[in-house]
Design a protein around this ligand. Structure first.
Ligand code: SF4
Length: 193
């Protein structure tokens, strides 16, 4: 009887996952990516009053190869989108993205052809932070939530299984609008009770 049968892999792997999660969440290095007014709040988060250094994150990296967190602070123009994607591609794995402010998350008030209507059209987003602009305290809160996510991230086959489950759940999701699969065509919500 081998060790594999004596020790269920779940117990062994959970411990490794916890250690790896703790190490990862305690050493997140952000890439500098201030695009508009939200960047002022991002910069002040690193100042002495809010003290991002408490989380080991005061080193804002100017090279994407030494960064694993992209904080997109401000609206993303169509011209900037390919640059943003290239920087994201150059960042080290595993990597995370915080979309800071309503402009980065949805285009905000800039509903026009020049602005990308949400940075999730360009890169996958882990945390959406609302506000115009979000206060540094809100950014710190989103960073803590991201830390929680990183701490509980699975590894190896467990991670693959989790990604598959999420994918299946997304495919099963029903459309919200009536007439697109939920209610029968032409039916009015208040009609023929
Ligand atoms: S959300 Fe507000 S503060 Fe942030 S970039 Fe847009 S307009 Fe500027």
């Amino acid at each position: 009887m081998g060790l594999e049968e004596k020790l269920p892999s779940g117990i062994l792997l959970t411990t490794v996952e916890k250690v790896a999660g703790y190490a990862r969440k305690s050493s997140v290095w952000p890439a500098t990516f201030g695009l508009a007014c939200c960047a002022m709040e991002l910069i002040s988060t690193g100042g002495p009053r809010h003290d991002l250094a408490r989380f080991g994150m005061e080193r804002a990296s100017n090279t994407p190869r030494q960064a694993d967190l992209m904080i997109v602070a401000g609206r993303v123009s169509q011209k900037m989108a390919p640059v943003l994607r290239q920087i994201y591609d150059q960042m080290a794995e595993p990597k995370w993205v915080i979309s800071m402010g309503v402009c980065a998350s949805s285009g905000g008030m800039f509903n026009n052809y020049a602005i990308v209507q949400g940075v999730d059209h360009v890169v996958p987003v882990d945390i959406y932070l609302p506000g115009c602009p979000p206060r540094p305290e809100m950014l710190l809160d989103s960073i803590l939530k991201l830390h929680d996510k990183i701490q509980n991230m699975k590894l190896g086959v467990n991670r693959e299984r989790e990604v598959d489950d999420l994918e299946r759940a997304r495919l099963r999701r029903l459309p919200l609008a009536a007439g697109l699969g939920g209610a029968p065509r032409g039916a009015h919500p208040g009609a023929a009770r």
